[in-house]
Design a protein around this ligand. Structure first.
Ligand code: MLT
Length: 302
């Protein structure tokens, strides 16, 4: 029997995939594998029995990857398994940052009980007006599974899309429509785009990617979307840029205290991958990776 420690609730489609030779639980002796979603593992003592950790998701910044490498523990992730879910939320955020939908809905609720709602609605129509995305330039930084889906989908909505990837050769990632512009550098995206969305992993070279320097180069009134990791954007620099109008709106899947309650910030509680479909896909891929490694020594997505 192989023991698997489940640090988060994982879709049963994943745990079923492990099969009858596996026991899994939130607490278990001598685990050979760990299945994890977002639980922070940096302070955890790694059991001697542990062979591999599978993250049901793309980012592995909740896992002590270097410590695992030193101990010979393989770390898997599930690239692409939640890409569609994230793409759909990013598309929603493009519209949310443009059309002031969230404050407009909140305001409309305050009209309950008002005598002449239609007169009030007239005021709302101008107070919450916002631009269309058609024809606007969208910069996609990071052309992995999610960035590519976002770029292609935004183009079908009529945006002019610029793509740039700081790690991959753009041609290697270029599973895109030929109408999408290959930006020569991240600065070209900063300088030209009306909307910027970031789809890179968090590491030492990407931390603070959108910081004071970048925000000096952006087009005034840019809208910024961060559905990758909070620390890719420097919060203080972003707050200053929102206050002076450099950034018209910031949508983030990573609320932090300083951003909450700030006008033109749309903070979403890390919902990018939170769809039943994506949770099933990630759980199945993670469980299969773990099983294949434990039983056959095969390594994929490590
Ligand atoms: C990811 O890295 O893919 C997401 O953070 C997944 C999640 O929400 O668990």
């Amino acid at each position: 029997m192989h023991n698997i420690l489940c640090l988060n609730k994982i879709s049963p489609l994943g745990t079923d995939r492990l099969g009858e030779n596996y026991t899994y639980a939130a607490e278990i002796e001598n685990p050979e594998g760990i299945l994890v979603r977002s639980a922070a593992m940096h302070d955890m003592e790694l059991p001697n029995s542990l062979l591999a950790i599978a993250r049901a998701g793309a980012g592995v910044n909740n896992i002590p990857v270097e410590k695992c490498a030193e101990a010979g523990i393989v770390v898997f992730n599930t690239p692409g398994a939640n890409a569609n879910a994230v793409k759909e939320l990013v598309l929603a955020a493009l519209l949310l940052t443009s059309r002031k939908i969230v404050p407009a809905i909140e305001w409309a609720q305050t009209l309950k009980g008002t005598a002449d709602i239609s007169k009030q609605v007239e005021k709302g129509k101008s107070a919450f007006a916002g631009p269309e995305i058609l024809g606007k330039k969208l910069g996609v930084i990071g052309l992995g599974a999610i960035g590519v889906l976002v770029a292609n989908a935004a183009q079908t909505l009529g945006m002019q899309v610029y793509g740039f990837d700081p790690f991959l050769s753009v041609d290697a990632a270029w599973n895109l429509s030929s109408d999408i512009v290959k930006a020569a550098s991240v600065d070209e995206i900063f300088e030209k785009c009306d909307y910027i969305t970031i789809h890179v992993p968090l590491n030492d070279s990407t931390r603070g990617l959108i910081g004071a320097d970048a925000l000096k180069k952006v087009k005034k009134g840019v809208r910024v979307l961060n559905f990758s990791r909070g620390a890719l954007v420097d919060t203080d620099a972003m707050l200053a840029a929102l206050a002076d109008g450099t950034v018209a709106a910031y949508a983030t899947d990573f609320p932090d205290d300083a951003l909450l309650g700030v006008e033109n910030v749309i903070a979403i509680p890390h919902l990018g991958a939170s769809t039943p479909e994506s949770e099933d896909n990630c759980a199945v891929m993670a469980a299969e990776e773990l099983k294949d490694y434990i039983e056959n020594g095969n390594i994929r997505n490590a």
